[in-house]
Ligand binder design. Structure first.
Ligand code: DHB
Ligand code: FE
Length: 281
């Protein structure tokens, strides 16, 4: 039986990756953000999973905007790093785990979550920045194979927070029913509050973010009850990315132990947040 050992919620702001790639993590603008990651990174380095699942959204880099699946899963044995217009990030391509992907796909479809299947997929900053937050110096390869689970958060109508939480709970059952005895790390990515365009461009709501950060640990059902409109009003049009944290949380135990959290404003236009939970209190 496979077991979830930890869940990592983290923002995926592209400039966090760019700051790492360009050696700027000690610059005054960035140092406090990266210093805040350190305790989580140290703990994660001592708790290496056999496989990870990254719950993320593509930003019209790996998938064209004319096809936007609500939920999807990668089933490939590798995923290339996307070129988002300024060259590929200098980080390793991603090794997949087709056997786990196919098990999750079958289990989730059987539970009523009809995922779109990606047999080929380039992964953008939504995927690679969280991997860099976890593993700043991957060398030639990331710490383990990774399965991408995709969510539409960029085009109306995004799935509800409740549907995401339910998907996470089904994902937890799917992992538990896997025949192989593997340890799994889950990354819930995106957020925190931000709005990149329109009249409210630059919008950040620290009070909402702090509530979300607290409740994702202790009361995820409260967050699952938020409507799409409430999420966009309180967190901004891109802040709705945080519904992906609920998929991660749903796959974990009812009670988890917070290892470390960190909140930093602003990273680019975004409130950057990180929360790491041990699933084995
Ligand atoms: C920014 C944040 C995002 O989540 C994203 O996908 C792209 C850009 C930003 O703040 O710059
Ligand atoms: Fe984003």
């Amino acid at each position: 039986m496979a077991e979830v050992i930890w869940g990592l919620a983290t923002s995926h702001v592209p400039s966090i990756g760019a700051a790492m790639d360009r050696g700027k993590t000690e610059d005054p603008n960035w140092k406090a953000l990266f210093d805040g990651y350190r305790p989580a990174r140290e703990w994660l380095a001592e708790h290496k999973p056999d496989v990870a699942i990254v719950i993320y959204n593509d930003h019209a880099n790996g998938i064209d905007l004319d096809i936007v699946p609500t939920f999807g899963i990668g089933t490939a044995d590798r995923y290339d790093v996307a070129d988002e217009g300024f060259g590929r990030r200098p980080v390793p391509d991603v090794i997949g785990d087709p056997e786990l992907s196919l098990h999750l796909l079958e289990s989730l479809v059987d539970e009523g979550f009809d995922l779109t299947v990606f047999q080929e997929l380039d992964v953008d900053h939504g995927f690679t920045v969280p991997l860099s937050v976890w593993t700043p110096d991957p060398g030639d390869s990331w710490p383990c194979p990774v399965v991408p689970l995709l969510v539409n958060v960029i085009q109306y109508p995004q799935p509800t927070a409740a549907r995401c939480y339910a998907l996470g709970q089904a994902l937890g059952r799917a992992i538990a029913s896997y025949g192989k005895d593997v340890k799994v790390g889950i990354l819930g990515t995106g957020g925190m509050s931000h709005q990149l365009a329109g009249a409210r461009a630059g919008f950040i709501n620290a009070e909402f973010d702090r509530m979300f950060m607290e409740a994702i640990e202790s009361d995820p059902a409260k967050l699952a009850a938020l409507s799409r409109e409430e999420l966009i009003r309180e967190a901004g049009s891109e802040g709705i990315e945080m519904i992906m944290w609920l998929i991660m949380r749903g796959a974990m135990n009812e009670r988890v132990r917070k290892v470390h959290s960190h909140y930093f404003v602003p990273a680019s236009n975004t409130a950057a947040g990180l929360a790491l939970f041990d699933n084995r209190p």
